[in-house]
Design a binder for this molecule. Structure first.
Ligand code: SF4
Length: 283
């Protein structure tokens, strides 16, 4: 079901050639990846969700499943419907959810899912920067690539589920059709990988390419001329009000344009703990 034949020239331009660099972009390090340290040499992939433009069509959800062969009954990217207020003063929002490709807390730059992985830090890995330099970093079954992508190596995964429990956003789950390479009696963890196979070839993620309303914008936060950087600056998105669960200190890299402060409303209504279970509400 994988469909890798979606290079759109305009969108390629949007990525500004940075995707090719991402094959290698790298910085760092021993345990985590310091965004500050890597910012001059690497891309820092991020996503902006424009809540003004999402119409809840779920083309992104379907595109993601098709592109990544996401197994039956599972999702990597969903749209949740939220309603607020009481009749006749009600509001409805469509909330796109996926892995936030968190930078991790400021102290060690390691997201909670990576920190919980018993296989991390594991093997040393190399990443080539756009200018051909090699930078080393440490992998695990779940690990943070120097360009900010949080990835899963299913061959190394032992199926313990600790990363699933550790993610405060509930965006990880077991894939019943993929065995954990480290313990083939168990299922491997799975989640959004930002269509790394596309991005590494200069093509934006499938959900972004498919979004008819242009509610999803993807790009390099380290490039001040990228659309993502411009939107973050224009809408002042790098603050607690524009990310999910800021109190978790995960430094999410999915930002929301939310002029009606619906996220804030959602937070105040939220009970302590995870967001609603990461289950799409298509019925
Ligand atoms: Fe890890 Fe969850 Fe953050 Fe994704 S959203 S990087 S799975 S903590």
């Amino acid at each position: 079901m994988s469909n890798n034949k979606t290079p759109d020239i305009t969108r390629r331009k949007f990525l500004g050639g940075a995707g090719a660099a991402a094959v290698g972009t790298a910085a760092l390090v021993t345990s985590g990846t310091s965004d500050a340290a890597s910012s001059k040499k690497t891309n820092r992939w991020a996503m902006v969700m424009d809540l003004r433009r999402c119409i809840g069509c779920r083309a992104c959800t379907v595109a993601c499943k098709s592109e990544n062969n996401v197994s039956l009954g599972r999702f990597r990217a969903v749209i949740q419907e939220k309603t607020f207020g009481s009749f006749p003063n009600t509001k409805k929002m469509f909330l796109p959810l996926m892995c936030n490709h968190c930078a991790g807390n400021k102290k060690d730059g390691v997201p909670p899912c990576v920190k919980a992985c018993p296989e991390f830090p594991g093997d040393r890995a190399k990443f080539k920067t756009a200018d051909g330099k090699t930078i080393r970093y440490r992998k695990g079954a779940t690990y943070k690539r120097p360009d900010g992508m949080i990835l899963i190596d299913k061959e190394k995964c032992i199926g313990c589920g600790k990363c699933i429990d550790a993610c405060p956003y509930g965006v990880r789950s077991f894939d019943p059709f993929v065995k954990a390479g480290g313990d083939p009696t168990k299922q491997a963890a799975d989640k959004c990988d930002m269509c790394v196979h596309r991005v590494d070839n200069g093509v934006e993620p499938s959900c972004v390419n498919t979004c008819q309303g242009r509610a999803r914008i993807y790009g390099d936060l380290n490039d001040p001329n990228s659309e993502v950087s411009k939107l973050v600056k224009e809408h002042n998105l790098a603050r607690d009000e524009n990310v999910l669960l800021p109190e978790e200190g995960t430094d999410p890299h999915v930002f929301y344009i939310d002029p009606d402060n619906l996220l804030k409303t959602l937070y105040t209504k939220r009970k302590k703990g995870k967001l609603d279970h990461f289950v799409d509400q298509i019925t």
